[in-house]
Design a protein around this ligand. Structure first.
Ligand code: C2E
Ligand code: MG
Ligand code: MG
Length: 303
């Protein structure tokens, strides 16, 4: 806006460009009004990108994994864990994955970071399987990682080196990004499943085309996003969606996990609608490896 944001042509053009860039970064096809805050956000993003790059190049320094238990909804016992990446920077402190994962992706660092996550998660899983033969580890992958040609040989090698059977691994893939390479993704899914790895569609119900994705992709597990459960009493569409989706999944042999259960009431809803697995702060926040081991590895324990 002339006067409000700047008083000359060059500044205004530069600012308009900032707004354009912000729209593109958030997935294009949307309107952004320039504000000086946008410039701050961009500075922070660039600075975080630089620091992430040096962390990754220094062998994933300042990164670590935390683990959140996955509970069986009927037995209420721990069945496994989801491994979640953390990054703590000296300048910014603990930065949320929702902020740093997209930066890793756009900076092209996600491939290397994702490999480290997988190796760490596999190593930990192997240790925990020794104590609990049924243990399952869920690992998150970004859509762009799945399109990388050498991902499958890498996964095969990593499992072989750790001497871990693929049946202990679930790969979670969120469909929050628009899938443009459906065929390539389908091929990766198929190859992973042939190896014995199970695939979970993460954040189900919030993406571009949850049902479309489900009909096209041979998934083993669907993870229903917290948003749907937390609003089930206020939003009749969410309620009907969940009531329809769970039997639909079960009828084709897909297991359903509900994420983000925080309250006793939500737990009751989730058990009533026949979900297979539950995850959420109600049971535990994601915790460090040692803590998970001490608190949750006894799979006989009923929570
Ligand atoms: P996600 O895979 O859906 O992971 C679940 C997120 O929900 C985690 O957030 C977890 O802490 C949070 N959560 C679990 N239970 C509750 C609850 O009861 N209430 C609420 N409000 N939240 C709950 P986190 O750790 O911040 O991770 C955010 C996202 O970042 C993940 O969502 C995942 O998409 C991505 N992410 C994390 N680690 C990795 C990774 O290693 N690779 C990739 N590609 N993405 C990752
Ligand atoms: Mg996940
Ligand atoms: Mg999720």
């Amino acid at each position: 806006m002339f006067w409000e944001d700047g008083d000359n042509f060059l500044d205004l053009i530069k600012y308009a460009d900032n707004a354009l860039e912000a729209s593109k970064y958030r997935g294009k096809n949307q309107c952004t009004q320039f504000s000086h805050e946008l410039v701050q956000i961009k500075r922070r993003r660039l600075s975080i990108a630089n620091q992430l790059q040096s962390s990754v190049l220094r062998g994933m320094q300042d990164f670590y994994l935390v683990y959140q238990p996955l509970i069986n909804a009927s037995s209420m016992k721990v069945e496994g864990a989801e491994a979640l990446l953390r990054w703590s920077s000296s300048e910014y402190g603990n930065v949320r994955p929702d902020e740093f994962i997209p930066i890793l992706e756009s900076a092209g660092l996600i491939h290397q970071a994702g490999k480290w996550v997988f190796q760490e998660a596999v190593r930990t899983c192997k240790e925990w399987v020794k104590e609990n033969p049924g243990f399952v580890m869920n690992v998150n992958f970004s859509y762009i990682q799945m399109l990388n040609e050498d991902l499958l040989p890498f996964i095969r090698r990593t499992l072989k080196q750790a001497d871990l059977s693929a049946k202990h691994i679930v790969i979670e893939l969120t469909e929050s990004c628009f899938v443009t390479e459906m065929d390539a993704l389908k091929r990766s899914f198929q190859q992973l499943r042939e190896m014995g790895i199970r695939i979970a569609i993460d954040d189900f119900g919030t993406g571009y085309s949850s049902l479309g994705m489900l009909s096209q992709m041979p998934a083993d597990i669907v993870k229903i996003d917290r948003l749907l459960i937390s609003s089930i009493h206020e939003n009749s569409f969410h309620q009907s969606f969940i009531n329809a989706v769970i039997p639909l999944c079960h009828s084709v042999g897909i297991r359903v996990c509900v994420e983000g259960v925080e309250e006793q009431e939500e737990l009751k809803v989730v058990r009533d609608i026949q979900a297979d697995n539950i995850q959420g702060f109600y049971f535990s926040r994601p915790v460090e490896k040692r803590t998970f081991h001490d608190r949750f590895l006894d799979l006989q324990m009923v929570l």
